[in-house]
Design a protein around this ligand. Structure first.
Ligand code: GAP
Length: 451
């Protein structure tokens, strides 16, 4: 019990820091919010972009076998019929007969153990949950002015990849194995959005469909399994907080011979972070039937066949929450307790803050502006801060996870001639300070960001 409330406490601290410091706000907050939606503020947006850029760089730009696309969110509804989402993308919904609140039955069963033991999480009554019905999670929308012409907001980015498989093959003639990657929004009408940005109705995914010869799937699956861990390392999610769960025969989709859920120790428990699935030829064969188009791959001198698919699927919001909760640290520094975000410099939304020691000394301010302007040209995620005293500035920058603070003082101006054109560089995690030549600053920071 004590452990549970400590974890809730941690989550509350993270949510409150995110709001206070401009990472994440409740969606439509001034109108009372909209359940399952969150708005990323200035720092959250940069953090999210940094995570997405690391993913794109690692899985698209740096590889010869990957193609990146950006498909439309609205698609022909036949796509979702062929993929099985219209018929089967649903969760079991139950309603409390007393207070009419609705829940996912599988979540209640996981919490209470059996149907008889369920007490309504909203009104507390027992024995009030009705029979489950399947609730389709796709958001429907009308297309154009013609009534009855409906489509859906895509529930996953994967659909856009499969329908462009033939386009990419025809434009680029890639050799197998190769993959198509996409980052973008997806929408799910979750029955019970919860746990901050963990389960939301408007989410973002980073997905890859990797096309292989049927005989090589096992080796390639293994390569992607390792790649998932490498990505985690790059964004600062510690290896020991991620656990692979082999999804058993009964729980896997019928067409999948292997699926791994990567689970993370979130403050509210161990929950799915990403998925890695071997999907065989299910998707291309379904879209071949649905569209009537030939989606077979024709290698030189061989017969045409449908490639098989390995799908690593990453949630952006869950990655960001795992990065945030891994980074959240409380310690004691200089006799004071502090909370700070120990971000890897590569994901940190602010890489360094530049301060004049005193803001009412024009010569200090001018020199600090000069250093700031030159640095910002090389490393754009640098900020200017001259509010309050140095101690307060450090606390503020620590709290948002800024790895370095740079102070321009009278020695920079030559009060001590030996220190002319040097600054104080302060390190977030240790509070240690060193004197660094202005001329060396950009390279030193760049090395730290790449590490
Ligand atoms: N194309 C496969 C697919 O979409 P999924 O397991 O349904 O598989 C993949 O979703 C990932 O998307 C999840 O592992 C998670 O990171 C993220 N995700 C799914 N639903 C989500 C939601 N409601 N809120 C936040 N992230 C979600």
């Amino acid at each position: 019990m004590a452990e549970k409330s400590e974890k809730n406490d941690l989550m509350e601290k993270i949510v409150s820091l995110c709001k206070r410091r401009g990472f994440i706000y409740q969606g439509s907050e001034i109108y009372g919010g909209l359940a399952g939606t969150w708005d990323y503020g200035p720092l959250g947006t940069t953090l999210k972009n940094n995570i997405k850029n690391i993913w794109w760089n690692m899985f698209v730009d740096m590889r010869d076998d990957m193609y990146g696309i950006d498909a439309a969110i609205l698609m022909n509804p036949k796509v979702w019929e062929a993929s099985g989402h219209v018929a089967g993308f649903s969760d079991p919904l139950v309603e409390c007969s007393n207070c009419k609140a609705r829940f996912r039955e599988d979540h209640l069963l996981a919490e209470f153990g059996s149907k008889e033991k369920i007490a309504c999480p909203s009104c507390g009554k027992k024995g009030t949950m009705g029979e489950p019905r399947q609730f389709n999670m796709m958001f429907q929308t009308q297309i154009g002015a013609t009534e009855g012409s409906i489509s859906y907001l895509r529930p996953e980015t994967a659909g856009g990849i499969f329908v462009n498989f033939k386009n990419v093959v025809d434009s680029f003639h890639p050799k197998l194995p190769f993959g198509i990657g996409q980052i973008g929004k997806a929408f799910r009408n979750e029955i019970a959005p919860r746990d901050f940005i963990f389960r939301v109705r408007e989410l973002e995914q980073m997905e890859i469909e990797y096309f292989v010869r049927p005989s090589e799937w096992e080796g390639k699956f293994e390569e992607w399994r390792k790649a998932v861990h490498e990505f985690n390392k790059k964004v600062g999610i510690p290896e020991n907080s991620v656990h692979e769960l082999e999804v058993g025969d009964g729980d896997r989709a019928h067409y999948s011979k292997r699926t791994i859920d990567f689970e993370f120790d979130f403050p509210f428990g161990r929950k799915e972070l990403y998925g890695l699935a071997y999907r065989g030829e299910f998707d291309l064969s379904s879209h071949e039937k649905g569209s009537g188009q030939n989606l077979k791959y024709l290698p030189d001198g061989e017969e045409a066949f449908l490639p098989h698919v390995i799908e690593p699927s990453f949630g952006v919001d869950r990655t960001l929450l795992a990065v945030l909760s891994s980074a959240y640290t409380e310690d004691e520094l200089g006799g004071e307790t502090r909370s700070y975000l120990k971000f890897k410099p590569s994901v940190a939304p602010v890489k360094a803050a530049v301060f004049p020691l005193l803001k009412n000394k024009p010569e200090l301010v001018a020199k600090a502006r000069e250093v700031y302007t030159a640095l910002k040209k090389e490393i754009p995620q640098i900020v200017w801060d001259d509010n309050g005293n140095i101690g307060k500035r450090y606390r503020r920058q620590d709290e948002i996870g800024t790895p370095w603070c740079i102070t321009i003082d009278f020695d920079t101006l030559g009060e001590n001639p030996e220190l002319l054109d040097t600054v104080t560089l302060r390190h977030r995690d240790t509070g240690e300070q060193e004197r660094v030549a202005v001329a060396d600053l950009a390279n030193k920071l760049k090395k730290g960001i790449e590490a």
